[in-house]
Design a protein around this ligand. Structure first.
Ligand code: FHN
Length: 423
């Protein structure tokens, strides 16, 4: 199978047969999740024998063509004694994230659970013998956070029959179907039968996987847990919901979808410290929810299992913002006002929410011309300050004179917003 890292990973196709999966209800409610990329690559953290990797931290084995047998030795140093799954999931709770997706197996093939299929895992080859999937799934269950698993189905750089490693293995003689049937599906069975309810399986980089093979994986997951969602990167337009490319924001996507975003410029831990601010993240959430989507924000714990403290600060600021204006995000859907020059809108059954990025200098927020409103209040301040709405059809404005913009992103709640005449 060809080694084309970015090929075929984008899909907005949502399998029509899956539109009715009742599990999409929690997905739409949640809107914001934590992605956790954690594995052996956190140990070299972007450098191999002093040489920097040119790409993202978790791709170091591939990009520096490290021989599989050499890379596998890292497992002996995977010794995160201080890692506490409860602390990680508590952080997700504080950040206002409603689901968590852990890399059970990334492209390097290292497994974070006690699998029968290989010893290359945190439970066997690593000194502490820990089942990280088990630890985090329990911590999520205890806190009511939906728990999902990332599983690299096509690339596995330490498996001779999987895609991605052409420096150790010969792509021409590989038995990819044998790998899917004899390794991937049995591992998925372990994950979907050993850890209680799994909210979703997050496949990635489908590359050349055939439609039949993608369908087989979807059916396998649903046979074991019918309400486990499958993401669009299972390939070939299948899955329960669609995905953007990494860090992308689509204009007018249909159906249910999610954008995975980095916290800095990498998924796996490195010394990159260019953290996205709480403001940037809030803008991404506002854009996504106003277009009917979810945001899955990554953390890449270091080799001890710690999330860098500078990122924790931003996550807590987002959590504080969501504490104040969560009504405009959780369980809301596409907003009625489009192409606004000051921000974005979301809606619930009772309210329309305005997420205001560009605070009007003249103090008046101009609503679309065909809209009338009964009342407005500021959601992001402690008291929910009422705001005066002046004018009516063809000129309603919300008076923001004397009101300060929120340090993260200001949100206004409208009651009785109505379209009074088509534009
Ligand atoms: O190659 C992976 C990458 O390492 C990371 O896991 C991201 C997350 O969306 N997915 C792939 C690239 O799109």
């Amino acid at each position: 199978m060809a080694d084309t890292p970015d090929a075929g990973q984008i899909t907005f196709a949502q399998d029509p047969q899956s539109q009715g999966n009742p599990a999409l209800r929690w997905f739409r409610e949640a809107r914001f999740g934590m992605f956790v990329h954690w594995g052996l690559y956190a140990i070299p953290a972007g450098y191999w024998n002093g040489k920097p990797t040119p790409h993202m931290g978790e791709w170091i084995m591939h990009d520096l063509k490290i021989p599989a047998e050499e890379y596998k030795q890292l497992a002996a140093s995977f010794d995160p004694r201080e890692f506490d799954a409860n602390q990680l999931v508590d952080l997700a709770v504080r950040a206002g994230q409603r689901y968590l997706v852990l890399t059970a197996k990334h492209h390097d093939g290292f497994c974070l659970w006690d699998t029968e299929l290989t010893t290359f895992s945190s439970a066997v080859d690593a000194p502490l013998g820990r089942d990280i999937v088990g630890e985090i799934s329990q911590a999520c269950r205890d806190r009511g956070i939906k728990f999902g698993l990332y599983y690299s189905q096509t690339q596995d750089w330490t498996h001779p029959d999987a895609a991605g490693n052409d420096w150790d293995f010969d792509p021409e003689t590989q038995d990819f179907e044998g790998y899917l049937q004899g390794y991937v599906k049995p591992q998925l069975t372990e994950l979907l039968t050993g850890y209680g309810e799994i909210a979703l399986i997050w496949f990635d980089t489908p590359q050349g996987i055939t439609a039949e093979q993608s369908r087989d994986l979807v059916e396998h997951v649903h046979m074991l847990q019918p309400y486990c969602l499958v993401n669009g990167r299972v390939g070939n337009g299948l899955g329960d919901y669609g995905q953007t490319r990494d860090n992308e924001m689509p204009d007018e996507p249909a159906g249910d979808w999610e954008t995975p975003i980095t916290g800095n410029g990498t998924w796996g831990f490195t010394d990159n410290t260019e953290w996205k601010s709480a403001h940037e993240i809030s803008v991404t959430i506002a854009k996504a929810v106003s277009r009917g989507g979810n945001v899955l924000l990554n953390v890449g714990p270091d080799s001890r299992g710690a999330v860098p403290s500078a990122q924790v600060v931003e996550l807590e600021a987002i959590g504080d913002w969501l504490q104040r204006c969560g009504a405009s995000i959780y369980g809301t859907h596409r907003g009625p006002f489009r192409a606004l020059d000051w921000g974005w809108s979301t809606a619930s059954s009772d309210h329309v929410y305005l997420l205001v990025e560009n605070w009007p200098a003249h103090g008046e927020l101009v609503l679309p011309a065909n809209v009338s409103v009964e009342s407005a209040r500021l959601l992001t301040d402690a008291g929910g300050t009422s705001l005066e709405v002046r004018g009516a059809q063809g000129g309603a404005v919300v008076d923001l004179n004397g009101v300060e913009a929120d340090a993260v992103l200001s949100v206004i709640e409208l009651t009785g917003a109505r379209e009074v005449a088509p534009l």
